[in-house]
Write a protein that binds this ligand. Sequence first.
Ligand code: ZN
Ligand code: ZN
Ligand code: ZN
Ligand code: ZN
Length: 116
Amino acid sequence: MCTETAYTLRCEHVVTRTLYCSDAPPPSRQSRKERRTCNRVIRNAVPWPPPPQFGTQATCPLTNCPFEERGGYWNCCWCGKEWNDQGRCSCVMIIDRQEYRCGHICCETCEAATEA
Ligand SMILES: [Zn+2]
Ligand SMILES: [Zn+2]
Ligand SMILES: [Zn+2]
Ligand SMILES: [Zn+2]
């Protein structure tokens, strides 16, 4: 059976890698569509950071990933937290003794973190 693994990258985007088994139909030359898997597929989800057996995942395949464009360090446009080094803002605010996570994902409006 085939294995589809969805990796969450540091930027919070997800890439899917597929391992095909011998039951999967061969890739067609005519169509540029993605090769199909067989009918029995195992789907895995690997959160960030990936466990060692998955190796370090490459950088984001999206050409306009805001996180990668900012070199991996950015200031949150929602809460103002500086020097985030993951795709999701790690800021925790405490309001009325409740914890709120900002959770903003680096967007076009966020600025790259720069040394003052
Ligand atoms: Zn298969
Ligand atoms: Zn990305
Ligand atoms: Zn934030
Ligand atoms: Zn933003």
